[in-house]
Design a protein around this ligand. Structure first.
Ligand code: ATP
Ligand code: LTN
Length: 343
């Protein structure tokens, strides 16, 4: 990106887009359809200044093996470039490289209520899943996420439906802070896609597809080979009705229709007509093939990026330098408003 985001006058300022993803495992089809695909669209539309991050500080709310974590960060960075994020057009950095995230998160912790954080469904889910490690970071996770967004004065935040509650909390924190101190933060809006906002597990379609799922058949990874993708779709859980249509108690089929619709742009009705009189076998093959074609170029580009560590390092260094300058501005302003004395 040019330096336009730092220098343009308010009248000609483009809207700012910010989003992040955790490097907590191999990126899934859910992450791609719910978030990453929109990151790329918004970058290409040219009417936004886009800032994207790998939220590695968020990742340690769940215990990580150091060597695995390093590998995951590298692979996630390369995967996102492979999805089409272009560091000439967007700022793309690693959260822990910009100190202001942890600093603003601390400040926002003191402007967020215990009761608000207790209501977060992701906290409830993750603390049930990791009952042996319900750490304070897991609890205050949404304050760090609010800091990520508010540091860049983001207008729009493209995310999947599961992040809606966190986003609303970010808005509440921003509004509360502005109410007390004047206009410090832009109040962000979520951007949740109509199709693909909530891709479900292929093995338990009542749960969302998640990177950290232990059942490898439950999620399709961006980097799965065509053979593996086809196998996972063929094994996807459906029902005994053998009719391709949206319906109650048909979570598995509903999910496959959702995926097929998000990838091909066809409506649920068109899909039902297409598979009239055909069984689930044909349908699963069609969904698998559509996903294989959608992900093929991503996997091919990934193979190039992951081999070029020097390029990855240069890209994230450039991203962090840029992000740091923007973030410092907001942090300094916030601290001044609160009453801190400068160095
Ligand atoms: P973890 O399993 O570690 O919690 P995750 O797979 O839920 O990770 P995140 O890094 O928390 O992924 O999310 C990155 C982005 O992907 C967010 O915008 C989130 O809303 C979106 N996302 C995650 N899972 C899905 C899904 N199943 N369907 C649609 N969007 C999703
Ligand atoms: N909490 C998000 C990842 C995330 C994020 C953000 C998303 C961290 N910081 C800022 C949007 C904006 C998640 O997807 N679990």
């Amino acid at each position: 990106m040019s330096n336009e985001i730092l220098t343009t006058q308010p009248a000609e300022k483009k809207k700012i887009v910010f989003s992040a993803i955790q490097p907590s495992g191999t990126i899934t089809l859910g992450n791609y359809l719910g978030a990453l695909r929109n990151w790329v669209t918004m970058q290409e539309e040219g009417q936004y200044n886009c800032i994207y991050a790998l939220a590695d500080l968020h990742t340690i709310t769940v215990r990580q093996e150091p060597a695995v974590m390093r590998k995951n960060i590298l692979e996630a960075y390369a995967s996102i470039l492979a999805c089409g994020i272009d560091t000439e057009k967007s700022v793309f950095f690693i959260q822990s490289h910009v100190n202001a995230h942890a600093q603003l998160a601390w400040l926002l912790n003191c402007y967020t209520q215990f009761g608000e954080l207790s209501r977060m469904t992701q906290f409830k889910d993750k603390s049930a899943k990791h009952a042996d490690n319900i750490n304070a970071g897991l609890f205050t996770y949404p304050c760090l996420m609010a800091a990520d967004i508010l540091l860049y004065q983001a207008d729009l935040v493209p995310v999947g439906a599961d992040q809606k509650q966190h986003l609303e909390l970010s808005r509440d924190i921003a509004e509360r802070f502005n109410g007390r101190y004047g206009n410090v933060f832009t109040v962000p809006e979520g951007f949740i896609p109509k199709n693909g906002a909530r891709v479900m597990s292929l093995q338990d379609p009542t749960r969302k597809m998640s990177k950290s799922d232990e059942n490898v058949n439950a999620c399709v990874s961006l980097l799965d080979t065509p053979e593996v993708i086809m196998k996972k779709f063929k094994r996807a859980v459906t029902d005994s009705e053998a009719k391709v249509c949206v319906g109650e108690g048909k979570e598995g089929v509903n999910n496959l229709i959702g995926i097929y619709s998000a990838v091909t742009g066809k409506t649920a009705e068109e899909i039902t007509n297409e598979f009239e009189g055909k069984g689930y076998g044909d349908f699963k093959v069609a969904v698998g093939e559509a996903v294989v074609e959608e992900l093929r170029p991503v996997r091919e580009r990934y193979e190039q990026y992951i081999k070029d560590k020097a390029y990855l390092e240069e890209s994230w260094r450039k991203g962090a330098e840029f992000a740091d300058r923007l973030a410092q501005r907001t942090l300094a302003k916030t601290m001044k408003k609160i009453g801190f004395v400068g160095r």
